[in-house]
Design a protein around this ligand. Structure first.
Ligand SMILES: [Mg+2]
Ligand SMILES: [Zn+2]
Length: 227
């Protein structure tokens, strides 16, 4: 089993990019956001233009990232995956630097991240911010910076966890989808089977009943640990 997980709104309670922009960017970022909401531009173009509007040095950025709150039950879920040797990868249409800083603060820096790439020029001074999209796919209808449907490699049992629009294109692929928010509405409308969840605590329970082998492993592991 392989677990792929969205970040913004799924692991983090707030959208980390929106949080940074609302604290540190020129207010013009909101006009660009509206163009994206209206469907006039894709998320890749939207984020590239918004990130360039950040007016802060790296230290000020790091301070703001300190205040992004994650689901308090996510660290236990990540631990559950480690315990069962289940690979867990974050697949996000957000910003790699933001996500990694938040993971470091929560002692979760071991989790691999696929996301848009931030470059900070002159970080100590009049810093400028540039976003590139190495995981974009121009053929995907999502027009996202990270095309999640191209980020999932073929595996035996893929579990996907998400909450929003950036998860739509990928949700047709995994063998098991956990959805909340707009992703749940989308899956329902597209006849994609999914399990509804609210927090990662629900997920740990669902995974144990959805995949009975894990339950057996959970019983075996403590005995191995004792041996
Ligand atoms: Mg999300
Ligand atoms: Zn895609």
């Amino acid at each position: 089993m392989y677990v792929y997980c969205d970040f913004d709104g799924t692991i983090s309670l707030d959208d980390a990019t929106d949080f940074v922009l609302s604290n540190l960017a020129d207010p013009a970022w909101e006009t660009i956001e509206q163009d994206w909401l209206d469907g006039e531009i894709g998320s890749a173009e939207c984020m590239r233009r918004q990130i360039a509007l950040i007016r802060a040095n790296q230290h000020e950025l790091d301070d703001v990232l300190e205040d992004v709150v994650i689901d308090p039950t996510f660290p236990a879920f990540a631990n559950f995956c480690s315990l069962h040797a289940v690979p867990l990868t974050i697949v996000s249409d957000g910003v790699d630097y933001f996500i990694r800083q938040i993971l470091v603060r929560n002692n979760l820096s071991h989790i691999p991240v696929i996301a848009n790439k931030l470059t900070i020029v002159n970080p100590e001074g009049m810093a400028t911010y540039h976003l590139t999209t190495p995981h974009a796919d121009l053929d995907c209808l999502s027009a996202a910076g990270v095309c999640k449907c191209r980020s999932l490699t073929p595996r035996d049992l893929r579990v996907y966890i998400g909450d929003g629009r950036s998860d739509f294109c990928v949700s047709h692929q995994p063998e098991l989808v956990f959805a909340k928010g707009r992703l749940a509405d989308y899956c329902f409308g597209q006849d994609i089977p999914f399990i509804a969840y609210e927090t990662f605590a629900d997920l740990t329970h669902s995974l144990m009943s959805a995949v009975p082998r894990l339950k057996v492993d959970a019983l075996i592991t403590p005995r191995h640990a004792a041996a």
